[in-house]
Design a protein around this ligand. Structure first.
Ligand code: ATP
Ligand code: MN
Length: 478
């Protein structure tokens, strides 16, 4: 008999029919004559209740039906008076894979997220993590759908790179040299001409530079790939390995870029609301449970309400200079409550400042533009004032920066001058500069950190809980 999935069974009307279901036991409740088994197969957050009359089954089989065990049940679909509309009256039960109840770490009780991180190989079997990973999948699909509908082309940019010019973060080196005895030059430095690629190579921190090359041919492209940053930042917003979506568009200025970023984020959030409601409702309840002991003013907005709010309201747009003014004059700053005091033009905004603007001042997502050239990457377009660049950061509640982007400098001379000033090797980057030599056009792009998006959509507090196997400093299990 062909197995049916629980998602499909729970919406079935075929009462009285005989069906087969496979899954993992979440709980078993024993009463005098019947066992109630909650079965989950990951296709949906809800369990299917299996009703097993103890008189019809061998005691030895029933004993093996423990939390975590995999079983297969053939039974009759019946209407249920319980939480679900349907239940399955078991006729045959086969134990496919046992789980020793004394050893299985995921007992049916509340586990802390910290504990679950230590058993990340099993945590996807919990409601919370299965919900997160179903939503993560839906968001991947939505990203591709959004861009495909708009005529963007997806590009795979390289993961191993010889350029460390992007300057977005510290890099992980890639080498096949024997680290205990590397070949050396006469001056004692390592001879990378003998390394695999004949030069020093790293894992990429961004696909942008290659994305720009493609946009100069295909007009509108996007990348969606892994990126690696060896920053030693042990925060709830940073991973050493994360996934980034980077659209790059020819003939787009900074305003077109902002419009696209806002439309994109709203589309993704609306997609989750339209397609992941069961999982969002579960995560919302989880969050409320977690926060119920906090004073009312410290509780976050209810998850679904928050998502609707962001999907339906215009983001605030203002310049860095205006933002600095707001921050400097805020009571928060004057009372010395920022860890990093705001000291006028040139201050690099920290997450606490970004969150103040979004959560306390505007109470809406914010897009900041016109950052000082000195604190932003070399490729950002210099504004006519000569001291700010056409950068844009999209700031979200709880997250801070979710998108970073800019209009790119398309003028060859201006770009080379900036590179020289900022110590970016012009020679090595001649392939990049060719785009400015031949048929250069105004163009723009941005990067969305995929896990920051998922953190926002799921309401989780820590980015380590929205990627299956997190890589962070001193942590590379599984
Ligand atoms: P931050 O200042 O928050 O560390 P950044 O300015 O270094 O970020 P960008 O280089 O602008 O980040 O990268 C684009 C986007 O990638 C960011 O807006 C963010 O969403 C995401 N991102 C950057 N670094 C990380 C990281 N270590 N882990 C997860 N996401 C990240
Ligand atoms: Mn940034």
């Amino acid at each position: 008999m062909k197995r049916q999935e629980i998602k499909e069974i729970l919406s079935s009307e075929a009462f009285g029919s005989t069906i087969k279901v496979n899954g993992w036991v979440r709980t078993k409740r024993e009463s005098k004559n019947v066992n109630f088994i909650n079965l989950n197969d990951g296709t949906v957050i809800h369990n299917l209740q299996i009703v097993a009359d103890v008189n019809n089954f061998d005691e030895n089989i029933l004993k093996k039906i423990n939390t975590g065990a995999a079983i297969s049940v053939v039974g009759e679909l019946a209407e249920s008076g319980g939480q679900q509309r349907v239940e399955l009256i078991a006729k045959e039960i086969e134990v496919i894979g046992e789980a020793d109840p004394d050893k299985y770490p995921l007992q049916p009780k509340r586990h802390t997220l910290e504990f679950l991180r230590e058993i990340a190989h099993l945590r996807m079997r919990t409601n919370t993590f299965s919900a997160i990973f179903r939503i993560r999948h839906a968001m991947i699909y939505a990203v591709h759908t959004f861009f495909n509908n708009k005529g963007f082309f997806n590009m795979h940019t390289p993961i191993i790179t010889a350029s460390d010019a992007e300057g977005a973060g510290e890099m992980f080196q890639v080498t096949t040299l024997d680290m205990s005895n590397p070949p050396r030059n006469e001056d004692g430095s390592i001879d990378y001409s003998q390394d695999f690629f004949g030069k020093k190579t790293n894992l990429t921190v961004s696909g942008q530079l290659e994305g720009e090359l493609a946009a100069m041919a295909l007009s509108k492209i996007y990348t969606f790939g892994p990126t690696f940053r060896a920053e030693n930042s042990n925060t709830s917003r940073h991973l050493a390995e994360f996934w980034m979506i980077e659209p790059e568009m020819a003939f787009y200025d900074i305003n077109d870029n902002m419009d696209l970023a806002e439309e994109f984020l709203k589309y993704l959030i609306q997609y989750a609301l339209d397609n992941c409601m069961d999982d969002l409702e579960f995560l919302s309840q989880r969050l409320q449970q977690e926060e119920k002991d906090k004073p009312a003013d410290q509780r976050s907005m209810e998850l679904i309400e928050k998502l609707r709010f962001v999907a339906n309201n215009d983001f605030i747009r203002l310049t860095y200079t205006e933002a600095i003014e707001i921050l400097e004059n805020s009571k928060h700053n004057q009372k010395g409550k920022f860890q990093y005091p705001v000291k006028g033009f040139g201050t690099d905004l920290q997450s606490e400042h970004e969150r103040y603007l979004v959560e306390s001042h505007f109470k809406k997502p914010v897009i900041l533009t016109g950052y000082p050239a000195s604190i932003k990457a070399f490729y950002m377009k210099l504004n006519p004032d000569g001291r700010t660049v056409a950068a844009m950061d999209v700031l979200f509640p709880q997250i801070g920066e979710i998108i970073g982007g800019s209009q790119r400098e398309e003028n060859y001379e201006v770009l080379v001058e900036k590179m020289e000033k900022m110590g970016v090797p012009v020679e090595e980057m001649s392939w990049y500069l060719d785009t400015r030599r031949f048929g250069s056009v105004p163009h723009s792009g941005f990067g969305l950190g995929f896990e920051r998006l998922i953190t926002f959509v799921t309401g989780m507090g820590n980015i380590r809980d929205v990627i299956a196997f997190a890589r962070t400093p001193k942590n590379c299990e599984f």
